[in-house]
Design a protein around this ligand. Structure first.
Ligand code: ADE
Length: 357
C-alpha cells in the first residue's frame, strides 16, 4: 500500500471540489492566519473568521499594530483564546524583529510562538513547497485506518510512528498539493463516523475496511477527564452602568472580559453566595440586592465543563466596587468588549427579551 497510497490520494484530490479561501494561497502570513484559526476549529466556522481577519489586517504589520482588545474582540466566539494572544504576539515579533518578513525555513517557522509541528509543516509546504508532511487529526485517522495501525495516536511512540510514515508518504515535489489532499481526504471521505467506504478509492487496500476496524481506529490511549466548574457571574446594575473585569487567570479565557465572578465547587443558593468571603470583599462599600437569577448556562470546553448562573444585582449607592481590577462601564458599551461565549449567549438572551437586566 505504501507505494499506491500517494498516487491514489492525489488522483482522488483531482476529482473533488472543495473551495476554501486559503486554498492555493502562497502568502505565508495568510496561510499562517488560516492555520491558526483552523487549529481546533471546523472549516465551516473558521472561514468567516479568516475573511474577517484578512479584511481587517491585510498584512502582518496591520495585525501587529492592532490593540490586543480589538484582536480578541474579532476572535470572539472562536474559543481557545491563547491562539489569538499568540497570533498577536507573533505578528508583533515578525513586524518588529523581522522587519515584517515572514520566516521561510521550517525551523524558524516552528520557533514562532503558537506554531507547532503541524502548523509549521502546513506553512512551509503551502507557502514555500518545502517537503514537510502535516500530521493532524485527519492524518492520524486516515493513516491508522489505511495502514491498520493500532499504536495510540496520543502516545510518544505513536506520534513518532505516524510522523515517520506521513513523511515517507509525502510526495516531495508536490508537498503543498499532497498536504492539502490528505486533509481534504480526512475531512470529506475518511470521516470519523460512518464513512462511505463503498465509494472510497482506497477501500481495496485499506486494512481497516478489509478487517472491519473502521470504528476502532484510530486508537487513543487516554480518556480525557473533564472537570466541572461552577461560575457565578454578578451582573450588577448601578443606574446606566454595570461592572466588568478582565480575566487574568491563565486557565481559560485569559484577557477576555467577564462580569465579576465568584467560582464555587458546586451550584450555590443565594444565601451561600451572599455570605461568601468573595461576595463580602466585592461589596465592602455597598449594599447589594439580588433581584433575579438566570437559568443555568453550560459550556463544554475540551477539558472542562462550565456551569454558570448570572445573578442580577442592584447597588444601593454610586461608589465603585472594591477590587481594583473591576471597572465600571456603561451598559450600552458592553458589546464593545470581548466576552467568552457563555456570557455572549446570556447577553443575547437578555437583550432579546428587551431587558438588559
Ligand atoms: N484544517 C487545517 N488546515 C486546513 C486546510 N488547509 N484545509 C482544510 N482544513 C484544514
Amino acid at each position: 500500500m505504501q507505494d499506491t497510497f500517494t498516487p491514489l490520494l492525489l488522483q482522488w484530490a483531482k476529482t473533488i471540489q472543495r473551495d476554501m479561501p486559503w486554498k492555493g494561497e502562497k502568502n505565508p502570513y495568510l496561510i499562517w492566519l488560516s492555520e491558526i484559526i483552523l487549529q481546533q476549529t471546523r472549516v465551516e466556522q473558521g472561514t468567516a473568521y479568516f475573511l474577517k481577519f484578512k479584511a481587517n489586517y491585510p498584512t502582518v504589520k496591520d495585525l501587529a499594530n492592532a490593540p490586543q482588545d480589538e484582536v480578541l474582540k474579532l476572535w470572539e466566539g472562536l474559543g481557545y483564546y491563547s491562539r489569538a494572544r499568540n497570533l498577536h504576539f507573533t505578528a508583533k515579533y515578525i513586524a518588529n524583529e523581522l522587519d515584517g518578513v515572514f520566516p521561510s525555513d521550517y525551523k524558524s517557522i516552528l520557533a514562532l510562538k503558537g506554531v507547532g509541528t503541524y502548523t509549521a509543516a502546513a506553512i512551509a509546504s503551502f507557502a514555500y513547497d518545502l517537503p514537510h508532511a502535516v500530521v493532524d487529526g485527519n492524518v492520524y485517522r486516515v493513516l491508522s485506518r489505511v495502514f491498520g495501525i493500532r499504536t495510540p495516536i496520543d502516545s510518544t511512540v505513536g506520534k513518532k510512528e505516524f510522523a515517520a510514515l506521513a513523511q515517507e508518504l509525502l510526495s516531495n515535489d508536490q508537498a503543498a498539493v499532497y498536504n492539502q489532499a490528505i486533509m481534504d481526504f480526512g475531512a470529506i471521505q475518511c470521516v470519523p463516523k460512518m464513512p462511505n467506504c463503498q465509494i472510497c478509492p482506497m477501500h481495496k487496500k485499506c486494512i481497516a475496511y478489509q478487517e472491519d476496524l473502521i470504528s476502532e481506529l484510530p486508537v487513543k490511549e487516554k480518556k480525557t477527564k473533564k472537570r466541572t466548574r461552577y461560575f457565578n457571574y454578578l451582573v450588577i446594575e448601578q443606574g446606566e452602568n454595570t461592572f466588568i473585569e478582565k480575566r487574568v487567570e491563565k486557565d481559560i479565557w485569559q484577557d477576555l472580559y467577564q462580569f465579576p465572578m465568584i467560582e464555587k465547587t458546586d451550584i450555590v443558593e443565594q444565601a451561600v453566595l451572599e455570605s461568601s468571603a468573595e461576595w463580602k470583599s466585592i461589596f465592602i462599600h455597598n449594599t447589594a440586592t439580588i433581584v433575579a437569577v438566570s437559568t443555568i448556562y453550560k459550556q463544554q470546553l475540551s477539558h472542562q465543563k462550565i456551569i454558570a448562573r448570572f445573578w442580577e444585582i442592584q447597588l444601593s449607592n454610586t461608589e465603585n466596587l472594591n477590587p481594583q481590577n473591576i471597572i465600571k462601564v456603561k451598559q450600552e458599551d458592553l458589546r464593545t468588549f470581548a466576552f467568552p461565549k457563555i456570557i455572549d449567549t446570556y447577553l443575547n438572551d437578555t437583550n432579546s427579551q428587551g431587558l438588559l437586566f
